[in-house]
Design a protein around this ligand. Structure first.
Ligand code: SF4
Length: 768
């Protein structure tokens, strides 16, 4: 049976005539929304013999392949002799300024519809009408007559190069398929749990369901999950794999796992999408005036062809390909994603409605998702689905607009209108379950009009996008998922539409893909995370894996010290003594983890005061990449003298860093990690609170303990690792914390310093 390739009329026309510059995505989206309204207005004016929104489709055999061309024409008229096709293009430009052949792809779209209809009905003549319309009713119409044979010829001329491109993609798939079938696990043996994990991932993709997997650190989650997903890819259950990770280290681990599989014969094209600001080729990112954006579509096809022959498309490879073809590397990576087998990227390309890759995630697809460090997903989704409108920022930008455009400019007036509803002089901090209607309306009006004013000042352009986003979020606002957090800011009001419950949105996103596996070392309690992450459906699976490493290699000691906010000053000396005892028990590198920068800095100073000649370093806030690397570089293998690194729980050094074997010997974790009180956390607690105190746990206990377990997870990374974890807080003895401890932990209570030293001494002696 011949393989059928599907393509939409629009995609085929754009492929044939792709040319021009990149348009900022948000502006293109705004034009599309307006487009729907503009289309409807024109369709209503047509005589009744015309049919609006008509589906058209036909299979076209060409050179041994079949191309299924399909689409929905704006309006058509057909009889036995004649076909008429109307193509409507709404625009923010003055339609009077658009010449007949300015946009060949628009003509091609009409011609393809007309060709398909002639072939379907047998009509011999056709007319294509092209109408450019603006929302205010101004329009420009063009038309062209054709013979059926002439249209067929044009259709073939558009389809042949497209099929040649598809043949290149097919050739790659044919080369890759047998290597996927023959792929074996890329290590000599599975670690305990890896086979189960790979199986769970494979089954999730085969059944198009979700798997939630808690797997201890060091188990080899990246290789196991990719192996399961690649098997599903080889059998055609998914069309490609998206590996989502929140950190650079996670990205590298996925790239390394693929490289290892390539060494064993796998032919796989893996692409890493790197954030725009990191791969930008200009010194200062300016997309509007960028030479790599100008003429992007004139040059990209050649680069895409070249990319078909590159298997490892990491940031550097994409950048050099983009440079050779003078293209924006970020946009190029998005375009390459359409043919890559594995795409490694951040969560936002799937879950953030503003930047998600619409081509895969706006409608149903068969992409397989792997979500690494899935415990981060809910908090990230909360941010992605929230929006803020700051009166103070608006006032500053209005002053800027005045300077550029004068007091009477339409933009300055529009900003003034919005500012009037953001008067904060009598406002108080408030958390409301209802949308502030007057503000939402004013934001909607601003968003609609401001775009047509076409601002050019980058800060104002950004602000317009932000208000458009605020307006979109206002449209989603429901009391069971959102709160309006209002706070005075100088004389103005700041409004945050905060999504405290993203579970329905996550679930919907997962339901559109071809199967997903969400995994992390810290997903306790599992029922809570299953419902939060939308993995609690009937077909979904949950799996909790045990640590593959000998239990006796980790010693967990619980120290009942009062470290609540009121007690910290009083017990600072005791905490420093415990950390010092840990570091003195055996030369090595150690972490001392604190819940906040303030507490960490206080403890670090006390430690330095007491032991000025000890090796101790302290994390700083907002450390650049180089400083981070230098910090991690201090963790030398098998040091002769101990090093203590004071770090913050939940920060860059407490999660996602890999310090195997003798590069890390222990971690002292001070407090149960509860996040600081905040407006948002309190709103979450209040919303979810019930008789069982569920709101408090969801807002504070679970995220706190998750940070603790992530930090503790740095200690044991391989079979040969040995190390200690000290849990310093009275609260660790409470039942709810005990219940959330990993089952493979052997936790011992230690009350006195002498007992601590004895326990540590005995532990290290056992291993010698
Ligand atoms: S190269 Fe940089 S400035 Fe140019 S379009 Fe890409 S991201 Fe924007």
């Amino acid at each position: 049976m011949q393989k059928i390739h599907s393509v939409s009329v629009r995609a085929l026309a754009e492929f044939a005539f792709e040319k021009g510059d990149l348009i900022p995505a948000a502006r293109a989206a705004a034009q599309m929304r307006d487009g729907v309204r503009g289309h409807q207005a024109l369709q209503e004016l047509l005589p009744s013999s015309w049919r609006a929104e008509t589906p058209v489709s036909r299979d076209i055999p060409i050179d041994g392949r079949v191309l299924r061309v399909h689409g929905r024409a704006d309006a058509v008229y057909t009889d036995r002799e004649l076909v008429r096709v109307l193509e409507i293009k709404t625009t923010v430009r003055d339609p009077g300024g658009i010449l007949k052949y300015d946009y060949p792809a628009h003509w091609a779209q009409g011609e393809i519809y007309a060709a398909l209809l002639c072939m379907n009905t047998g009509a011999q003549r056709a007319e294509v009408r092209l109408t450019y319309a603006r929302l205010d009713g101004k329009k420009r119409e063009y038309s062209e007559d054709y013979n059926a044979w002439e249209l067929e010829e044009r259709l073939m001329a558009y389809a042949r190069p497209y099929l040649a491109w598809i043949a290149t993609v097919d050739d790659w798939k044919e080369l890759s398929k047998p290597t996927l079938d023959e792929l074996t696990f890329p290590f000599e043996a599975y670690r305990d749990g890896q086979r189960e994990m790979a199986g769970a991932v494979y089954r999730a993709m085969k059944r198009h369901a979700n798997a939630l997997i808690e797997a201890p650190t060091g188990i080899g989650k990246t290789a196991a999950s990719l192996f399961g997903a690649l098997k599903a890819l080889g059998e055609g259950h998914v069309t490609s794999i998206f590996y989502l990770t929140a950190r650079t280290t996670g990205r590298r681990a996925a790239e390394d796992a693929l490289a290892l599989m390539r060494e064993r014969g796998l032919a796989i094209r893996g692409l890493t999408i790197t954030a725009k600001e990191k791969v930008c080729l200009l010194e200062k990112q300016d997309c509007m005036g960028c030479p790599y954006a100008a003429g992007y579509y004139d040059r990209r096809r050649e680069a895409l062809r070249e990319a078909m022959h590159v298997e490892q498309l990491d940031a550097e490879a994409v950048r050099s390909l983009a440079l050779r073809h003078e293209l924006c590397p970020f946009e190029l990576s998005l375009d390459i994603s359409e043919t890559a087998d594995v795409v490694i990227c951040d969560y936002n390309y799937v879950f953030d409605p503003r930047v998600r890759l619409k081509r895969y995630f706006d409608s149903k697809s068969r992409v397989g998702l792997l979500v690494d460090e899935a415990h981060n997903l809910a908090d990230r989704a909360r941010d992605m689905l929230s929006a803020e409108l700051s009166g103070k920022r608006l006032a500053e930008l209005r002053s800027l607009a005045r300077r550029f455009e004068g007091d009477d400019s339409p933009m300055v007036k529009l900003m003034g209108e919005l500012l009037r509803v953001l008067d904060g002089r009598e406002a108080e901090q408030e958390c409301a379950s209802e949308l502030p209607g007057e503000i939402a309306l004013a934001a909607k009006r601003f968003a609609e009009i401001a775009d047509e004013l076409e601002p050019v000042e980058p800060d104002i352009v950004d602000f317009v996008y932000d208000v458009q986003w605020f307006s979109r979020i206002a449209g989603r606002f429901t009391p069971d998922a959102y709160r309006a957090l209002m706070a005075p800011e100088d004389r103005y009001l700041s409004v945050r539409l905060w999504c405290f419950d993203p579970s329905a949105y996550i679930k919907k996103t997962l339901s559109r893909v071809g199967g997903a596996a969400l995994f992390s070392a810290t997903l306790a309690p599992m029922e809570y995370y299953a419902s939060l992450l939308g993995a609690d459906g009937e077909a979904d699976a949950q799996l909790q894996l045990q640590s593959p490493f000998p239990r006796e290699n980790l010693r967990v000691l619980r120290m009942p010290v009062a470290v609540g906010t009121k007690d910290r000053e009083r017990t600072l000396g005791a905490v420093a003594q415990i950390i010092h005892a840990m570091a003195q028990a055996r030369p090595g590198n150690y972490l001392a983890c604190f819940p906040s920068y303030a507490y960490m800095t206080q403890a670090f100073r006390r430690y330095r005061l007491l032991w000025p000649y000890d090796e101790a370093i302290c994390q700083e806030s907002a450390m650049p990449e180089k400083a981070r690397q230098a910090f991690i570089g201090r963790f030398l293998p098998a040091p002769e003298k101990s090093l203590v690194a004071f770090i913050v729980l939940g920060g860059v050094f407490a999660e996602g860093v890999d310090l195997p074997e003798d590069r890390l010997s222990g971690a002292a974790i001070v407090t149960v990690g509860i996040p600081q009180l905040s407006f948002e956390r309190e709103a979450l607690r209040e919303q979810l609170d019930d008789a069982d105190d569920g709101g408090y746990d969801a807002a504070y206990t679970y995220p706190g303990l998750r940070r603790v377990l992530q930090a503790a997870g740095r200690v044991i990374r391989t079979e040969r690792d040995r190390g200690v974890v000290l849990l310093i807080d009275m609260r660790y003895r409470q039942e709810k914390y005990r219940a959330l401890m990993p089952p493979h932990w052997d936790v011992r209570d230690v009350k006195k310093m002498s007992d601590l030293k004895a326990e540590l001494g005995a532990f290290w002696k056992e291993g010698d």
